[in-house]
Ligand binder design. Structure first.
Ligand SMILES: [Zn+2]
Length: 347
């Protein structure tokens, strides 16, 4: 009987050796959070692990969806199909979202001027219909600040500000290691502080807001003002407003174009002065510049730093670092949106 059993065991072992692949245990699923960055034109997404590695990054169109339901249907069918085709298996621990006018406390997008969906959108509740996991939402600049704190240049800092210089100007303010949300979830709207009395018309309905001067769109408006006031030749004269980018202006400035250089100086002057006011409010260790216009590097950092220092109270002078984002080559808003869950729901 014993001999019979022994031969059976030997037979089984030989069988196992014959077909090792069949008995291989399946790979452990990777714990990830879906990070989603909703912009007016595109929505970017990625699967973000706790260490800040991102997988399956992609994007879908935002602007072509007049209603939120068709948008979410498209977004999650794209994400689920990408995940299905991957050779890795993922366990979704949560979904973090950065969105314009995103309310952290309520999980809503409220009256976002650059999105098609008007009024109050209960986004977190709608997203849970696709994946029943924790969902958190905040504005895109707060998400970028979280990304900077968890995975970028602010890893050792507790007090800093991230300024995003894209179509508009966004700000994420971190005090004592916490993103400031304010009593209603909307804190950190430095783009809409009044930089100029009765100044340029802003998309928010007010006049003279900081973002009408200090943003990719703001510097374009400055270039066009300069082009109409001055007669110097400039390569920027050949580019129509709708096609001009902050990159064009930076490239012209690097070649010594006087209009472009002046536009950077004016932008830095207005931004620097207003950042000095922000320093008086929260005394940050550093201010990080992020986004399209920030990629101009020293062209924007130098004048901004100069005018910030000129306007700082003595106790703050030469103490506050003005730095480019440590996440320029990565997708800070997607990482930060993912970090929203890693940082605040799972710890
Ligand atoms: Zn405004």
């Amino acid at each position: 009987m014993l001999r019979q059993n022994l031969s059976f065991v030997i037979f089984l072992v030989l069988l196992l050796l014959q077909f090792p692949v069949t008995f291989k245990s399946p790979a452990m699923p990777l714990d990830i959070v879906i990070g989603i960055d909703i912009g007016g034109t595109y929505t970017k997404y990625g699967f973000v692990d706790r260490a800040g590695n991102s997988y399956l990054e992609g994007s879908v169109d935002t602007a072509s969806h007049p209603d939120i339901d068709s948008y979410l249907e498209n977004l999650f069918s794209t994400i689920d199909s990408a995940s299905g085709k991957s050779d890795k298996t993922f366990k979704i621990k949560g979904i973090g979202i950065g969105a314009p006018n995103g309310n952290y406390y309520l999980g809503t997008i409220e009256y976002a001027p650059n999105l098609n969906w008007k009024g109050v959108i209960h986004l977190a509740d709608l997203v849970k219909k696709y994946h029943d996991v924790p969902v958190a939402l905040t504005n895109d600049a707060n998400a970028a600040a979280l990304g900077e704190m968890m995975y970028g240049g602010a890893r050792s800092m507790k007090d800093f500000i991230v300024i995003t210089l894209g179509t508009g100007l966004g700000s994420g303010i971190v005090i004592n290691g916490n993103v400031v949300y304010g009593h209603d979830g909307f804190a950190g709207e430095l783009g809409h502080i009044v930089a100029m009395d009765n100044g340029r018309q802003c998309g928010c309905g007010k006049k003279g807001c900081l973002e009408t001067y200090a943003s990719a769109t703001g510097i374009k408006r400055t270039v066009f003002e300069l082009l109409s006031e001055r007669i110097e030749s400039s390569s920027l004269r050949d580019i129509p407003f709708s096609e001009m980018t902050s990159k064009n202006i930076a490239e012209a400035a690097k070649k010594g174009d006087k209009i472009a250089l002046k536009a950077f100086e004016i932008t830095g002057k207005i931004l620097g002065k207003n950042l000095a006011n922000a320093v008086a409010f929260s005394s940050p260790e550093a201010i990080f510049l992020f986004g399209g216009l920030a990629q101009a590097g020293d062209l924007i950092i130098k004048p901004t730093k100069e005018y910030m220092e000129k306007n700082l109270l003595k106790i703050f002078q030469n103490k506050v670092k003005l730095l480019p984002s440590g996440l320029h080559d990565k997708n800070a808003a997607v990482l930060g949106a993912g970090g929203l869950i890693w940082n605040e729901l799972l710890i």
